[in-house]
Design a protein around this ligand. Structure first.
Ligand SMILES: C[S@@+](CC[C@H](N)C(=O)[O-])C[C@H]1O[C@@H](n2cnc3c(N)ncnc32)[C@H](O)[C@@H]1O
Length: 229
């Protein structure tokens, strides 16, 4: 996907973190990736062929260590899940979770989710997109790195079916304000629900690892359920 507009622009919503890959994660990356990993390539995925059925497909962007993603795939066996992440130890951890849970309705792509959304999903192919605790980029000079921007909403809306859901959560007050502003300026999504809570009322999702960390630091949580108009 070299030469794609996102790459040329050079503004990314992540910085690749160095992180130790454990022996178990390394084993998972070698043995389980061929089964549950998907190539990153500028070609739309054939979702029914991939999962061997016609079912709603949920995309999770930046799944971290994948525990929440695996839990959702276990709880919703009638949906198919695709997780996108760039942090390799997290991908190894998620593969181990998939193996432990014995599920077949989850696949992983290691790449920038913006490229994946643009090139690997056809228009109207997703029933839901989960964006849980995206990197908040608190410094003003980094705000342009925040993934929730008008262009992101446009891309997400185009990949969702009519009535499809975009679920967002953050523990960062400044990012919550920014998300409210971007949503107010958009005519692509209707805010079906917006919750501010103390970690006790997550909106249709399990509590995530980053959320727990934020709660431990005394943060509040904001959740949105957005419906594609
Ligand atoms: C703050 S963490 C939250 C992880 C997880 N969702 C949770 O709540 O525990 C944000 C994650 O998003 C990933 N990420 C950020 N931008 C991304 C992108 N454009 N494509 C894929 N992953 C991305 C980062 O690598 C990081 O693991």
């Amino acid at each position: 996907m070299d030469g794609a507009p996102e790459r040329k622009r050079g503004i990314r919503s992540f910085v690749l973190r160095a992180g130790r890959t454990t022996a178990a994660q390394q084993r998972a990356l070698e043995e389980l990736w061929p089964v549950f990993g998907l190539p990153r390539e500028p070609l739309p995925l054939d979702l029914p062929a991939l999962f061997g059925r016609q079912a709603p497909v949920v995309l999770e962007i930046g799944f971290g260590n994948g525990d929440t993603l695996v839990q959702q795939a276990v709880l919703n066996p009638d949906s198919d899940y695709i997780g996108v992440e760039v942090h390799r130890p997290g991908i190894g951890h998620c593969l181990l979770g998939i193996e432990r849970a014995g599920i077949r309705n989850l696949r992983i792509i290691e790449h920038d989710a913006l490229d994946v959304l643009r090139y690997q999903f056809r228009e109207g192919s997703l029933s839901r997109i989960n964006l849980y605790f995206p990197d908040p980029w608190p410094k003003k000079r980094h705000h342009k790195r925040r993934i929730v921007q008008p262009a992101f909403l446009e891309l997400a809306a185009s990949r969702l079916i009519a009535g499809g859901l975009l679920m967002i959560a953050t523990d960062w007050a400044g990012y919550a304000e920014h998300i409210d502003e971007v949503l107010a300026a958009s005519e692509l999504f209707r805010v079906a629900e917006r919750r501010e809570h103390a970690g006790d009322a997550p909106l249709d999702r399990p509590t995530t690892r980053f959320e727990k960390r934020g709660l431990g630091r005394g943060h509040r949580i904001w959740d949105w359920r957005l419906v594609r108009i």
